[in-house]
Ligand binder design. Structure first.
Ligand SMILES: [Mg+2]
Length: 365
């Protein structure tokens, strides 16, 4: 097995700000290509500093993870055997080193792409999921309320919006968005709210048509999350509080919903198992993402059918996605083509210098 990796620093369409970070105008991914015999597969790590990863940590642990996967032996040709082997490969990576979920996701995604390509089936078929999933929402970062509302109006073709809150003018922002946009509003505070302030806002959030409240308080404050969930019918959704399947049990009876991301749990195989476990435990679920190229987005879309809510817009936030093959339908569902693997290929001529590809309908800043 040979693993090639490359750090891509990609300009965003517009600076993106969430509650606990400064505005970002670039995103960094590590793209990996795994070659095994005559076959190859693409994967992506979108490391987040909040979760302790950077492009450099990903590059440092990839050889350790690759060695662990090689020890799992050759993947079998039959589909069922390949599925079992992928679980063995994930377990081998898990034994080799803790955490480093985005790095693990990069190899897990690439191995799924490789084995699906080898079998000439799409990744969702290898996983036993469906190609048809709910449509994605579109996320808008913290900004001046008028600017957020202007972007909301331009994103009117999306069936739901995720509005980042935890800034100085949350209620004003949500009122302005409501005037500009008719659909459901999902709010994500990225740990930036205080309990009393959040509780005081609840009636207005309900009146404004907010559909769910994501991670209002710090990740470890499950007591505060439970306190707010007891006070509202709106689903409180854990994101920063829930990284892997191991975190789910502690959230039973605390929150109604969880946000599953490949970059938090170690890839598309772990995400599938986490979504299944979340359903067994009675959670409502979202499949979410970091800012990622359509490699990560196609992998996430391959398990999106298992989620109630889809927040897979990471590649739409990029000025230019360096991969092609994944298309967003007019109904804002990701179109998984039925071709082999993830169905995405590198656009070798794509500039990553910040020139904006204006072809995505309605969401230019
Ligand atoms: Mg979130």
């Amino acid at each position: 097995m040979e693993v090639r990796s490359e750090i891509l620093t990609m300009a965003l369409r517009a600076p993106f700000r969430i509650a606990r970070e400064h505005p970002e105008d670039v995103a960094t991914s590590v793209i990996v290509e795994v070659m095994w015999g005559d076959h190859h597969g693409l994967g992506e790590a979108a490391p987040g500093a909040y979760y302790g990863e950077t492009a450099e940590t990903v590059m440092a642990v990839l050889p350790i993870l690759a060695a662990a996967v090689e020890e799992a032996g050759e993947p079998p040709l039959a589909i069922a055997g390949a599925r079992r082997w992928l679980m063995t490969a994930d377990a081998a990576m898990e034994s080799a080193i803790g955490r480093n979920w985005a790095a693990k996701a990069a190899l897990d995604i690439a191995l799924h792409d490789l084995l699906a390509r080898r079998a000439s089936i799409p990744v969702y078929e290898l996983l036993g999921t469906s190609a048809v999933a709910p449509p994605t929402d579109f996320s808008i970062g913290i900004d001046d309320p008028a600017d957020v509302a202007r972007r909301a109006a331009r994103a009117a073709s999306f069936p739901a919006l995720k509005i980042k809150v935890g800034g100085p003018a949350d209620v004003e922002t949500l009122r302005r968005v409501r005037e500009a946009y008719d659909g459901p509003i999902r709010v994500d505070a990225n740990t930036g709210w205080q309990p009393e302030g959040a509780a005081a806002m609840l009636p207005e959030l309900v009146a404004l048509g907010v559909e769910l409240i994501e991670q209002p308080f710090p990740a470890h404050r499950l007591d505060q999350l439970a306190w707010l969930q007891e006070r509202t019918e709106l689903p409180i959704m854990a994101d920063e509080s829930v990284e892997t399947t191991d975190d789910l049990n502690a959230l039973v009876g605390v929150v109604a919903a969880v946000n599953v991301k490949l970059m938090k749990c170690g890839g598309v195989g772990p995400a599938l198992r986490m979504l299944e476990r979340a359903r067994e435990l009675g959670f409502r679920s979202m499949i979410g993402c970091m800012v990622e190229t359509s490699v990560g987005m196609a992998a996430s879309a391959s398990v999106a059918a298992l989620a109630e809510w889809v927040d897979l817009d990471g590649n739409l936030l990029l000025a230019r996605d360096p991969f092609r093959g994944l298309e967003l339908g007019s109904d804002k569902r990701w179109q998984l083509t039925g071709g082999p693997g993830l169905g995405v290929t590198r656009i070798r001529s794509a500039p990553v210098d910040g020139s904006v590809d204006g072809s995505v309908d309605g969401i230019d800043p």
